[in-house]
Write a protein that binds this ligand. Structure first.
Ligand SMILES: [Zn+2]
Length: 452
């Protein structure tokens, strides 16, 4: 089956690469991925998927289905970009548009790679005359960390027996470790303005409150578990030094490797805000921005993915591609001449390493068993969310990684669908690992509709 799936995906090579290149050339930010959704839907329709754009009442969301009955597998695609990461396909930093948007997380590859997997799996099911349903979810705004949560709130994913996702990466290798979950918040303080030199005693500084809150959070770091991350920016610190600021605002992200630790840390950060308001005789307003779950990687699906890795040959790269990657790596301080591997495209063993960044795929993995695959699409020293990622996501290095990721996902999903015992084991493990914990969608009614 590995050869058949590989051939099907290779036969769709041009279609998939064109889609990935078009999305790369027209980067669209989360909630605004109109063209990306339209182009992706067109390829889905051309390949026999019943396709809905605007699914779950989200204009840039896609739900596309092939087949019927169980097992049901969902593939989670993304196609949004990042601000400020506009970049040409070259080995040094050179934006197409200064400060423009760009695919610095490779989501142009991510969506097209999932689509390739769906086509490969569909053909495999047809060839073997197997029952089953393949669902492509085009998930908006991953970078805003809210897209899949909102989809989940509106009923997505629970129809699946399992899901698979992938992410462009600097390595070809997967982890059973978690990504962190997140809670986001905006904190605003309201004080009283006054002349900062003439009558400061009349003022109540909102900026003082904000700084005291931030100091509180710095002290809090010592008394949380080591997986907790708390970071903030000040988005309003007043207008002029000689005016006591009556308004100050910060934006916070709180993360941890369990949902419970994330919520605990969030609540304690809120207490720092309340305490600072009391100390400064100001008023505080906390606006929750939403949240997401940590990931919960399923070891049974992981095993199917590792088998698929062994059966799908690793990519071959030309001298030019390796030289391109090496030249790009040279821009990074950790580069060591003749030692730094240009591309880590060889498969690496399954690890247990946790990842402190976050993905909204975690929510999906708390709804049904799931696994996220990583495939090499960028030079070994590329930082996440960087111009290097943008450049390689528009290069043949990225396209090759995307096609192999499509094959691995399709084959792993096929292995799960063709073996009911295996699928049952994945479902049993999922239930066990929840340990009685129930998925409570972190998107509550206070979170405004992002499309409004
Ligand atoms: Zn990403």
């Amino acid at each position: 089956m590995n050869q058949y799936i590989s051939k099907v995906i290779d036969d769709h090579r041009e279609e998939l690469i064109t889609l990935a290149e078009n999305i790369w050339s027209h980067p669209e930010m989360g909630w605004k991925e109109t063209k990306a959704a339209e182009w992706t839907a067109e390829v889905l329709r051309n390949n026999g998927f019943e396709t809905e754009v605007g699914a779950y009442n989200m204009p840039t969301c896609i739900r596309a289905v092939f087949g019927s009955g169980h097992p049901v597998v969902g593939f989670c695609a993304e196609y949004d970009c990042l601000p400020g990461l506009s970049q040409e396909v070259c080995t040094y930093q050179k934006p197409v548009i200064p400060n423009g948007d760009g695919h610095g997380c490779g989501h142009n590859l991510l969506g097209a790679g999932c689509l390739g997997a769906c086509i490969g799996l569909k053909e495999a099911l047809i060839k073997e005359g197997r029952e089953g349903t393949v669902i492509f979810y085009g998930c908006p705004a991953e970078e805003q960390l809210l897209g899949k949560g909102i989809m989940a709130k509106r009923g997505a994913f629970k129809e699946c027996d399992f899901t698979i996702a992938w992410h462009p990466s600097t390595i070809s290798g997967d982890t059973l470790g978690s990504h962190t979950g997140v809670e986001g918040l905006t904190v605003e303080f309201f004080g009283k303005t006054a002349h900062a030199a003439g009558a400061p005693y009349l003022g109540r500084s909102a900026l003082d409150a904000l700084q005291i809150m931030n100091i509180g959070v710095e002290f809090l770091r010592e008394h949380v578990t080591s997986d907790v991350r708390m970071h903030y920016i000040i988005t309003d610190g007043g207008l002029a030094p000689n005016i006591v600021p009556d308004h100050a605002q910060a934006k916070y992200f709180v993360r941890a490797l369990s949902r419970k630790a994330t919520v605990d840390a969030y609540e304690r950060v809120c207490k720092c805000a309340e305490g600072a308001a009391i100390m400064t005789d100001t008023r505080v307003k906390v606006t929750r921005l939403g949240g997401l779950y940590p990931t919960l990687q399923n070891t049974v699906i992981a095993e199917a993915v590792q088998e698929a890795r062994r059966e799908i040959p690793v990519n071959e790269y030309t001298e030019e591609e390796l030289a391109f990657a090496d030249e790009m790596n040279q821009t990074q301080p950790s580069y060591v001449k003749d030692k730094t591997i240009p591309l880590r495209y060889q498969d690496e063993p399954l690890s247990n390493e946790s990842i402190y960044g976050s993905t909204d795929y975690g929510d999906v993995e708390y709804i049904c068993p799931g696994f996220q695959v990583n495939e090499c699409t960028a030079p070994s020293l590329s930082p996440g969310h960087s111009w290097m990622m943008t450049a390689s996501s528009g290069h043949s290095i990225g396209m090759k990684g995307m096609l192999r990721a499509a094959k691995i996902q399709a084959l792993a999903a096929y292995k799960m669908m063709a073996d009911p015992d295996r699928l049952q084991k994945a479902i049993d493990e999922f239930k066990e690992s929840l340990n009685g914990e129930e998925y409570i969608c972190p998107i509550d009614d206070s979170i405004p509709d992002p499309y409004q």
